[in-house]
Design a protein around this ligand. Structure first.
Ligand code: NAI
Ligand code: MG
Length: 498
């Protein structure tokens, strides 16, 4: 049913596949049909403790503790090769478990995950310190070692890719990891665990703990043996994690939500702006933390832009994620569909004009029409809050200052974009937008080499990807080696007498 003869659905702890200690399981569903896909072991607090112990043990003794960076890099590269060889099956698994259209996953998630592993494989033997000549009577230098046991807690919108964004840099730095996939999409993380073993990762270095946020997830957050929590998900859970982590002063990285502004000036290349702005809203059915769902369009091109965006929305192929022609898959769950439909209703009530979509598609699975509202305002709730569905709010503006003021008037700060043929203006406005990433004349790109994260507020703190992510998973040590020489001894009187 999953495309694998032998897909593991147990917990991966200490290199072994184990039943949950409670004996409980949970069901994972296909968002396109609502049918069950698999029964998965449901980790709770006791399993989380076992996983953290296993990660601690692997960190401190055993082959991982003494392995060189070059050897760690070779394992990451082998893991990348295994993902590459299994691309078709993994793409299918993400479609079944997460409702993600195969066409997009093949083009985006898998290549990005493989590239990320290879990128950090390259770093693994280049994580070094510096000699700091602080004193003449000492050799003083720094080293950078693994921060310790990492709890990686990831969401359901890019299950495999997001897991790799966390584990690749953590493993490159010599950490050990407990990965908690989202309860809605545990399957690709379990497969990743098997491939990591096949690639030669020693037991306990990567543990995979499917289960619920309030059980397995919270247990990891509260465990004093975890040295770093690396979380991607909702702002509400992010807040709770930061609070709970304070009990043990555990380090946290929080990649949270977004409601990204996408600013289209009058002088934009309108073809490109319409095309990519549509992708910025509808990619992955809008279930993207950086979705560009606040669309600010300047007066002079506003009406044409809205018309063309609505036409593009109408031309998307909504349907079975396993069909390569599909460009818009289902939402992740019935709950998510309800939530998004609720926002569509809110948009209507708040007085925005529905110019495309707005309704459910079919009565099987969780499909929603690609939806565009025009005449939205920054004060409208549906235009301020993260919807996490294929819903655009188009807001009219005039002039640079108004664009910047509206775009920055948000609790979020993950990403932003602007469209203009005037390069001077583009640079200037890019500098004024408060966001971790600004795209100019394009939308949505990420790359393993480029840091990714929010500029505070509800988008969180810290950076995934790039050299910046090495900071998350290393700690600096200062070493002071005394070079003081024993004081030159004065000649003894007896010696002089002789
Ligand atoms: P969530 O934040 O509840 O779940 C994300 C991950 O955190 C999952 O693995 C979950 O099991 C875990 N988790 C939940 N509660 C936890 C806790 N108390 N302690 C430790 N781990 C915990 O996100 P959810 O409910 O799946 O989605 C709700 C909304 O969050 C979405 O509609 C969207 O607005 C936003 N979201 C944003 C994402 C992003 O990429 N920034 C990803 C997923 C959701
Ligand atoms: Mg599922």
């Amino acid at each position: 049913m999953t495309g694998f003869d032998d897909l593991e659905t147990r917990l991966l702890i200490d290199g072994e596949w184990r039943r949950s200690l409670s004996g409980e399981r949970f069901t994972t569903y296909n968002p396109a049909t609502g049918d069950p896909v698999a029964e998965v072991e449901r980790a709770d607090r006791r399993d989380a403790r076992a996983a953290v112990s296993s990660a601690r043990h692997a960190l401190e003794s055993g082959p991982w503790a003494t392995m060189t960076g070059a050897e760690r890099g070779r394992i990451l590269r082998r893991l990348a090769d295994l993902l590459r060889a299994e691309t078709d099956a993994l793409v299918g698994l993400e479609a079944l478990d997460g409702g993600k259209p195969v066409r997009a996953t093949r083009r985006q998630d898998l290549p990005a995950a493989i590239d990320c592993l290879e990128y950090y494989a390259g770093w693994a033997d280049k994580i070094d310190g510096v000699v700091v000549p602080a004193r003449r009577d000492a050799l003083t230098f720094t080293t950078r070692g693994p921060v310790g046991v990492v709890a990686a807690i990831v969401p359901w919108n890019f299950p495999l890719m997001n897991a790799v964004w966390k584990i690749a840099p953590a493993l490159a730095c010599g950490c050990t990891v407990v990965l908690k996939p989202a309860e809605l999409t545990p399957l690709s993380a379990l497969r990743l665990g098997q491939l990591a073993l096949d690639a030669g990762l020693p037991p306990g270095v990567l543990n995979v703990l499917p289960g619920f946020g309030k059980e397995a997830g919270a247990a990891l957050v509260e465990h004093p043996g975890v040295n770093k929590i690396s979380f991607t998900g909702s702002p509400g859970v992010g807040r709770w994690i930061m609070g709970a982590a304070s009990a043990n002063l555990t380090r946290v990285g929080l990649e949270l939500g977004g409601k990204s502004p996408n600013v289209v000036f009058d002088d934009a290349d309108l073809d490109a702006a319409v095309r990519q702005s549509a992708a910025g809203v509808f990619f992955n059915a809008g279930q993207v933390c950086s979705a560009g769902t606040r669309l600010y369009v300047e007066d002079g091109v506003h009406d044409e832009f809205v018309e063309r965006l609505a036409a593009r929305a109408g031309a998307l192929v909504v349907g079975d994620p396993l069909d390569p022609k599909t460009t818009l898959g289902p939402l992740i769950s019935a709950g998510q569909l309800d939530k998004v439909l609720g926002y569509v209703e809110t948009g209507r009530r708040e007085g925005a004009a529905l110019v495309a979509g707005g309704g459910r598609v079919g009565n099987r699975g969780h499909f929603l029409e690609p939806t565009v509202f025009a005449g939205a305002g920054n004060d409208m709730r549906f235009a301020r809050e993260e919807i996490f569905g294929p819903v655009a709010a188009v807001i009219r503006f005039k002039g640079e200052d108004e664009a910047v003021r509206l775009a920055n008037d948000s609790p979020y700060s993950l990403a932003a974009a602007l469209w203009s043929r005037d390069l001077g203006r583009a640079h200037h406005v890019a500098g004024r937008l408060r966001a971790g990433t600004v795209w100019v004349n394009t939308y949505g790109h990420t790359d393993a080499r480029l840091p990714w994260g929010g500029h505070g507020g509800d988008s969180g703190l810290g950076r995934d990807l790039g050299e910046a992510a090495l900071e998350n998973y290393t700690e600096t040590k200062t070493v002071w080696v005394s070079l003081a020489r024993p004081r030159a001894e004065a000649p003894r009187p007896e010696a002089l007498a002789a």
